[in-house]
Design a protein around this ligand. Structure first.
Ligand SMILES: CC(=O)[C@@H](O)[C@H](O)COP(=O)(O)O
Length: 266
């Protein structure tokens, strides 16, 4: 096995081969969702509990029929929650629906226009959820101080945004991400704002443990092809991070030595 094949992402004591986590919103239909997720190679798939039927509405199409929980780790998320109280309630419902599984993605949003995280409410919710035994992966801003606090509270992964949800703007502040990564005590995954494969590769090259995305795949002209591209981008970025990039230089350095050439200078 190569170093990159052996390299695993560990979240809450579970090891995953894929460092790409994907969402399930915005697809044309369930079949496209299934195909894209399969092509992405993702093992962790996030589901908005307030918007997606995973058993709350018996009789309606159930996402788990195409994303079976015995094959994927279902990561329920609190998208659409604007208060800590709502987010906590949503996580408790998710735990009931998913047979007592504790892994959740906490996101508490501040407003509809930016979908920026409300970090005050996020911290409040994280404290309650960790106390109640949840394994909390938390969506947050790229503020290193908030990221540190969330890790100290006991979140199992901290997920700063690359850009606003659904914006596709890519990594808007790599410098803040670098500070977050420098002092990370838990896995740091970029969540939201990725637009194309190079954004995912850059996140991984910076040293992120993984990338979570939805819109970049679902809103691509060919979602299944983009899902596959993202799989390769995350792997390539991780490989480059593990390999260690060459130092940047201002001036040229010849690829072959000047001395001892076979031709010329007679
Ligand atoms: C799917 C999810 O959980 C969200 O956090 C969000 O939708 C991800 O953002 P993008 O859609 O910008 O990838």
């Amino acid at each position: 096995m190569t170093e990159i094949q052996e390299d695993a992402l560990e979240i809450a004591g579970v090891r995953y081969r894929s460092r790409l986590l994907v969402g399930t919103g915005k697809y044309k239909d369930m079949e496209e969702t299934r195909q894209a997720i399969e092509a992405s190679g993702a093992e962790i798939v996030t589901v908005a509990i307030r918007r997606t039927n995973i058993g709350q509405n018996p009789g309606e199409p159930n996402l788990l029929d195409v994303i079976p929980p015995d094959r994927y780790t279902i990561l329920p998320n609190t998208a659409g929650c604007f208060t800590a109280e709502d987010a906590v309630r949503t996580c408790r419902l998710a735990r009931e629906l998913l047979d007592g599984r504790n892994l959740v993605k906490l996101e508490v949003l501040a407003d509809q226009k930016t979908l920026f995280p409300n970090v005050v409410e996020t911290i409040k919710a994280a404290e309650v959820l960790v106390r109640e035994g949840f394994d909390v992966m938390v969506y947050t801003s790229d503020d290193p101080i908030i990221a540190r606090q969330l890790a100290e509270i006991g979140c199992v992964a901290v997920m700063p945004l690359a850009g606003l949800i659904g914006s596709g703007l890519g990594i808007c502040n790599p410098y803040n991400l670098r500070i977050i990564l420098e002092e990370a005590t838990v896995p740091i995954l970029v969540d939201a704002g990725v637009g194309t494969a190079s954004d995912a590769a850059i996140a991984m090259e910076l040293g992120c443990a993984g990338v979570l995305m939805n819109t970049a795949i679902a809103a691509a002209q060919k979602p299944v092809l983009m899902a596959e591209a993202m799989k390769h981008a995350v792997l390539a970025g991780r490989g480059a991070y593990l390999a260690g990039r060459m130092p940047r230089r201002l001036y040229a350095a010849a690829s072959s030595p000047w001395e001892g050439t076979f031709v010329g200078n007679e």
